[in-house]
Design a protein around this ligand. Structure first.
Ligand code: NAD
Length: 357
């Protein structure tokens, strides 16, 4: 298959990416390569031990540790972290964790222009984008700015080797969702399609091995490679129905981020497969089967992912409101969106039905 398109635009980004088991132990070298000497280390509370170990590894180039990152990047926490960064005279950020910790680093960088080194421990892919989602007064807004994009990413398979299997699987499906939507993005280009296709292939080839042997560093490394590719396309092209639905379900019904992506992906893919079957052909080629949504459902089941919104604790009585919220503001999607069809999609996702497209 050729990825050529007769007309396209592609914007590359200046970011240094290093892959190797144990590479996070070279964070001090990366701080110095940035011309910095006072790093503020960030983490969530459950990953505070890892942040303290990293600060020890950084030695004299660690200026402080802030371990209060939380999901959805509340502005109040960011303001505390910015004050902390100023008080310790930090000249760069080192974020170790998943999308929540990366989000805090980006929020600080957006306000202070401090350079960022990110050491991802999930597959969410935020480290590879210049997008920041933050929350204030219960409302989540998104900002895109070159200042937000991290300068250095250190992908260390040893750090994801401890990610529990259930989180591994949902986080991987979260990443794969970026790639699936990139395949039909309006502003896709040959490079984004290549990255998306290779990102999907990397996860489909390595995830079963990780589920079978979670501590295996080679397969873990390949999942991180998939995360990098899928995160990169998330930062390059526009997302559509799938991300819109997950944003609505997470924001208004407090459903967990990665799990919601895992449940919705087969259904959003099947919905769009009716409009753009050719663009979704890489999903069929990689997963086998004749229908991309059904193939993703089977893969998610085999990996042990949740497959229904019911399992995630959503009330069936909330589906009407979810369909309404997800269709209030118009947005581009390959298959036109209306409230009735989204209501049907959500019902199938709530029940955990296998999609037929
Ligand atoms: P997360 O960062 O909230 O992590 C979930 C939990 O898992 C946390 O308690 C964390 O400490 C823990 N954890 C992380 N790695 C671990 C490991 N290796 N071992 C044990 N525990 C570990 O979850 P996430 O799914 O990575 O990120 C979700 C957030 O990222 C959401 O707010 C989402 O909106 C955001 N996000 C943003 C972008 C972007 O481009 N702006 C992209 C993707 C996700």
């Amino acid at each position: 298959m050729s990825y050529f398109q007769t007309s396209f635009e592609q914007q590359g980004a200046a970011v240094r990416v290093r892959f190797a088991p144990g590479v996070s132990r070279e964070a001090a070298l990366e701080v110095a390569r940035l011309g910095c000497s006072r790093a503020l280390v960030l983490s969530t509370p459950p990953q505070a031990d890892g942040a303290l170990m990293l600060a020890e590894t950084l030695g004299a180039s660690a200026a402080g540790v802030f371990t209060r990152a939380v999901m959805h990047t509340p502005v109040a926490v960011t303001e505390e972290a910015v004050a902390h960064a100023l008080s310790v005279k930090a000249d760069c950020i080192v974020a170790i964790g998943g999308g929540s910790t990366t989000g805090l680093g980006k929020a600080i960088a957006w306000r202070t222009d401090l350079p960022q080194i990110v050491i991802p421990t999930t597959y969410a892919g935020s480290e590879a984008t210049g997008i920041l989602g933050q929350t204030e007064n219960g409302i989540k807004t998104t900002v895109t700015d070159p200042k937000i994009r991290p300068e250095v990413i250190l992908y260390d398979a040893e750090l994801v080797a401890t990610l529990p299997v259930a989180m591994t699987v949902t986080s991987a499906l979260n990443a794969m969702a970026h790639a699936v939507e990139a395949l039909y993005a309006q502003n896709r280009n040959p490079i984004s399609t290549m990255l998306a296709t290779e990102g999907l292939r990397a996860f489909v080839s390595s995830l079963p091995a990780v589920v079978a042997e979670p501590a295996g560093l080679t397969a873990r490394g390949e999942t991180l490679y998939g995360a990098w590719l899928c995160g990169t396309v998330l930062g390059q092209v526009g997302m559509a129905l799938h991300h819109k639905l997950c944003h609505t379900l997470g924001g208004s019904f407090d459903l967990p981020h990665a799990e919601t992506h895992a449940v919705i992906l087969p259904h959003a893919t099947a919905f769009n497969a009716r409009a753009v079957p050719e663009l979704l052909k890489p999903v069929r080629d990689i997963l086998g089967g004749t229908a991309p949504g059904a193939a993703l459902h089977d893969f998610a089941r085999r990996m042990g992912a949740p497959t229904s919104l019911r399992e995630l604790g959503m009330a069936e009585s909330d589906l009407d409101r979810a369909a309404e919220l997800a269709t209030t503001k118009p947005y581009w999607n390959p298959q036109p969106v209306d409230r009735q069809s989204i209501r049907r999609l959500l019902q199938a996702a709530w029940s955990g039905d296998k999609p037929d497209a």
